[in-house]
Design a protein around this ligand. Structure first.
Ligand code: SAH
Length: 256
């Protein structure tokens, strides 16, 4: 790539992705939690098809591949993540059933009623929970499942500092009953709704903390990197302070 032709925006994005590419996961989550959610999905066979949307480098896709007999397609908009995704699939001898493609979750290249299961961990927020549920539904076969994680308020009220932070970062953050109502309104039977453990966030932020140190060292005197790192540190500090008020929930629905 010719650096001179890159816009600042593209350059910044490259740095952000570079920060996260080294991790097995690019968001809060764990193999254990992926398996727990998978347990709610019934009737998958070797003929079943799964889409993992916003798959990143495929940490959770590998778990799905190892614990189901299905064909799985991972979709992510970032080509470097998809390259890594496909390398990991080969390393784990899953390449015949698990493939990654570059694509936009707002414009998925699939035929209607293709999938038995749509999975999306830590990614649906990129187009918004309600929009994702509504737009992806057509790609599910009747009776197919959707399983997503989503940042959620645990109560109706919370301190102003955390309210202001998330209203700016993700205005669609909402309470559990409102999210479940949105799922039902989009045409799914809400099969399961449960909270992911605090550990997935503390592990994620602990990894970030280590990475921040190396990253700052690597990009000395880069003002964007300094701001980016400070912003992530602020988010982690807020989590520590206000984790009683919000966190990731798994929402699992069945197409009605
Ligand atoms: N599911 C992975 C990655 C979560 S991070 C995990 O849990 O580890 C969110 C991912 O969404 C990133 O990989 C990012 O590249 C991807 N993403 C963001 N916007 C997207 C879009 N419009 N279409 C497809 N993927 C997108």
């Amino acid at each position: 790539m010719n650096n001179e032709k890159q816009t600042i925006h593209e350059f910044d994005l490259t740095i952000i992705y570079d920060f996260f590419a080294q991790s097995e996961r690019q968001g809060p989550g764990s193999s254990e939690e992926t398996l727990k959610a998978l347990d709610f999905i019934k009737g998958l066979t070797a003929q079943s098809k799964i889409a993992d949307i916003g798959c990143g480098t495929g940490g959770q896709t590998r778990v799905l591949g190892e614990h189901t007999p299905c064909d799985i397609i991972g979709v992510d908009s970032w080509p470097n993540f998809i390259d890594e995704f496909n390398q990991h699939a080969e390393q784990h001898h899953l390449q015949n059933r698990v493939k990654g493609i570059v694509g936009d979750m707002a414009n998925l290249p699939f035929l209607p009623e293709t999938f038995d299961l749509i999975w999306s961990e830590g990614a649906i927020y990129n187009i918004g929970f309600e929009r994702g549920l509504n737009e992806w539904r057509k790609f599910l076969k009747p009776g197919g499942y959707i399983a997503v994680t989503e940042n959620t308020w645990f109560s109706d009220e919370r301190p102003a500092e955390i309210e202001a932070f998330w209203q700016k970062a993700y205005p669609e953050i909402d309470t559990i009953p409102n999210k479940v109502a949105q799922m039902q309104k989009a045409g799914y039977l809400p099969v399961a709704t449960y909270m992911l453990p605090e550990r997935i966030w503390t592990d994620y932020y602990a990894w970030q903390k280590q990475r921040r140190i190396a990253f700052l060292e690597q990009h000395k005197d880069n003002a964007f990197v300094k701001d980016f790192v400070a912003m992530m540190q602020y988010e982690a500090e807020l989590y520590d302070k206000y984790k009683a008020y919000y966190g990731y929930m798994f929402y699992i629905g069945k197409k009605m």
